[in-house]
Design a protein around this ligand. Structure first.
Ligand code: GDP
Ligand code: GDP
Length: 461
C-alpha cells in the first residue's frame, strides 16, 4: 500500500486543479477497490521523483443537502482517517476565511500530518493571503500555483520526509500487507475522527563521535537495540526507532548506523555533519550530547547552531557525568560557557546525565517534553500587545534622524518554532541590538527557553 495523501480544503481553493496536476491521466478506478469509498477520487501521483496515492475531496461538497460546514467537516475527517498525510489547501488570493480556520482547528486536533499549502500564490497577489495563513497554526505555508505548476519542488520537499519516515516504519513485512485501517466504515462519518496514528515525539540524538550517543539511545530504548557489530550499519541508511521513554512515546532518529558506515569509509567528519543535518531535519527536539570532559568543542557548537538554524527545540545532555569530580564547579563553568558560546540558544536546558549508568535520564525526558511544549507555544495576541507596550516603555527604540521608530503591533504568526511579526515604522533602521532585546524579552516574559524564536519586523502596508 503506497503512502496516501489527501487534498483537503474548502471549495474553490484549487483541490481538483492540484489533483489533476499530480495525477495527470493516471487515475485509478476507485470503484474497483474494496474498502475505499466511491465518492473520493483517487490516483497515483508523481511529483519530483516521489510516488504516492492521492485522494481528492473536491466536488463532494454538494453530495448531501446538509450545511456546507457540516459536510466539509465530515469529508475532512474521513480524509484524515484514510490518509497518511493531508495537503490542506487555502486560497492565497482570497485570504483566510472562517471555514479555513475551522478546518485547520480540526486538523490540528486530529493530529494529522498536515502540510499547509497556499495555492494561487503565483505573482504578487498571493502574498498577503500566504502570510495570513501562518495564523492557522500549521506552520509555514508552502506557496504553490496548482494552475501554473509553481512551487511543486517545495511541495515535494515537504512531503519527502513524511513518506520516508513512513516507509522506514512500515519497513519490511507489513509493507505488503493489506491496510485494514483505511476501510472507512460508511455511516460512521459523523463520529469525531479519533486520530488513527499516535504521533510520537520526534527526537534526534546528535553530537560528536564518542560523546555517547549510541550509549544514550540504548539506555533510552532499554535494550541493546542499536548496532554493536561492524556490519550492522553498513547496509542501511538512517532509520528511526520507536520507544516509550518514561511514559512518553518517542521516535528516535538513529544516526549510529550511518556513523559506523562512515567509519568504515574513513570519512567520519564529513558524513557526521550531513548525518546530523538529516537527523535534525527529522526531529522536533534535538538532544545535543556533549562529553562532560571535553565540552563545547567546535563540532559541538556547529551541531547546536545547526539545530537552532533549522528551527528545532534544543536540549543539551552533558554526558559522562559519572566521571566528573567537582560537579558543582563544573556545572557552573558549563553554564557560563554555554551562554557565551551559544547565545542564540539562550535558556536551553543543560541536563547532566550518565548514559552508562542511566542516571539523569528522567530529567532528560522531562526537559525534552518541556522543550517540545515550548516549541509549540502560542502566545495570545492581547497578551503579546500588552507585553509590547511594556517593553517599549521600559526601553524605547532609538530615534534615528530625530524620529523615533514606532513598534505598533505584534502577532504570533507561527509555532514550531514560535515566530512573531512586529509591525514597525522603518524596520530597516532598527538596530540589531534592539531586535535582540525584543527576542530576549519575548523568551523571558513568555517563558520560552530552549527554542529558537523567529522575529520579523515589517512596515505597515
Ligand atoms: P476545488 O473546488 O478546491 O477543487 O477548486 P478547483 O480546482 O475547482 O479550482 C477553483 C478555481 O480556482 C478554478 O477556477 C481554478 O482554475 C482556479 N485555480 C486553481 N488553482 C489556481 C492557481 O494556482 N492560480 C489561480 N490563479 N487560480 C487557480
Ligand atoms: P557515540 O560515538 O556518540 O555513539 O558514542 P558511544 O555511545 O559509542 O560511546 C563512546 C564511548 O563512551 C564508549 O566507550 C562508551 O562506553 C563511553 N560512554 C558513553 N556514555 C558514557 C557515560 O555516561 N559514562 C562513561 N563513563 N562512559 C560513557
Amino acid at each position: 500500500m503506497s503512502f496516501t495523501v489527501a487534498i483537503v480544503g474548502r471549495p474553490n481553493v484549487g483541490k481538483s486543479t492540484l489533483f489533476n496536476r499530480l495525477v495527470g491521466k493516471r487515475l485509478a478506478l476507485v470503484d474497483d477497490r474494496p474498502g475505499v469509498t466511491r465518492d473520493l477520487r483517487e490516483g497515483e501521483a508523481r511529483l519530483a521523483g516521489l510516488r504516492f496515492t492521492v485522494i481528492d475531496t473536491a466536488g463532494l461538497e454538494d453530495a448531501t443537502d446538509d450545511s456546507l460546514q457540516g459536510r466539509m467537516r465530515r469529508l475532512t475527517e474521513r480524509a484524515v482517517r484514510m490518509a497518511d498525510a493531508c495537503l490542506f489547501l487555502v486560497d492565497a488570493r482570497a485570504g483566510i476565511t472562517p471555514l479555513d480556520r475551522e478546518l485547520a482547528q480540526m486538523l490540528r486536533r486530529a493530529e494529522a500530518d498536515v502540510i499547509l499549502v497556499a495555492n494561487k500564490a503565483e505573482g504578487a497577489a498571493g502574498e498577503a493571503g500566504a502570510l495570513e495563513a501562518y495564523e492557522l497554526g500549521l506552520g509555514e505555508p508552502i506557496r504553490i500555483s496548482a494552475e501554473h505548476g509553481e512551487g511543486m519542488g517545495d511541495l515535494a520537499a515537504a512531503l519527502h520526509p513524511l513518506i520516508e519516515t513512513s516507509e522506514q516504519q512500515t519497513g519490511q513485512a507489513e509493507a505488503a500487507a493489506p491496510r485494514t485501517d483505511v476501510a472507512v466504515a460508511e455511516g460512521d462519518e459523523t463520529a469525531y475522527a479519533a486520530p488513527t496514528r499516535s504521533h510520537p515525539l520526534q527526537i534526534a540524538v546528535v553530537g560528536r563521535p564518542n560523546a555517547g550517543k549510541s550509549t544514550l539511545v540504548n539506555a533510552i530504548l532499554g535494550e541493546e537495540r542499536l548496532l554493536t557489530g561492524p556490519e550492522a550499519g553498513i547496509t542501511r541508511d538512517a532509520i528511526s526507532v520507536s520507544a516509550d521513554w518514561g511514559g512518553v512515546p518517542v521516535r528516535i532518529f538513529d544516526t549510529a548506523g550511518m556513523r559506523k558506515r562512515a567509519r568504515v569509509q574513513d570519512k567520519l567528519e564529513k558524513l557526521s555533519v550531513a548525518d546530523a543535518l538529516r537527523a535534525v531535519r527529522f526531529a522536533e527536539v534535538v538532544v545535543v550530547v556533549i562529553d562532560a570532559q571535553a565540552p563545547f568543542e567546535t563540532q559541538d557548537l556547529r551541531i547546536a547552531d545547526l539545530a537552532e538554524r533549522e528551527g528545532r527545540a534544543v536540549v543539551v545532555a552533558v554526558n559522562k557525568w559519572d566521571l566528573v569530580e567537582d560537579r558543582q564547579a563544573r556545572l557552573a563553568e558549563l553554564r557560563e560557557a554555554f551562554e557565551r558560546l551559544l547565545p542564540q540558544l539562550r535558556g536551553a536546558p543543560l541536563v547532566t546525565v550518565s548514559a552508562l549508568t542511566g542516571k539523569g535520564l528522567e530529567r532528560l525526558v522531562e526537559a525534552v517534553t518541556r522543550a517540545h511544549e515550548v516549541w509549540n507555544r502560542r502566545v495570545p495576541t492581547a497578551a503579546l500587545n500588552r507585553w509590547l507596550a511594556e517593553v517599549v516603555a521600559a526601553h524605547p527604540p532609538p530615534a534615528p534622524g530625530g524620529r523615533r521608530i514606532r513598534l505598533r503591533y505584534a502577532t504570533q504568526v507561527k509555532t514550531r518554532p514560535p515566530g512573531f511579526v512586529i509591525m514597525c515604522s522603518r524596520p530597516d533602521e532598527l538596530p540589531d541590538s534592539y531586535r535582540r532585546y525584543l527576542v530576549n524579552a519575548l523568551r523571558e516574559d513568555f517563558d520560552m527557553p530552549g527554542t529558537p524564536i523567529r522575529l520579523t519586523l515589517r512596515s505597515q502596508a
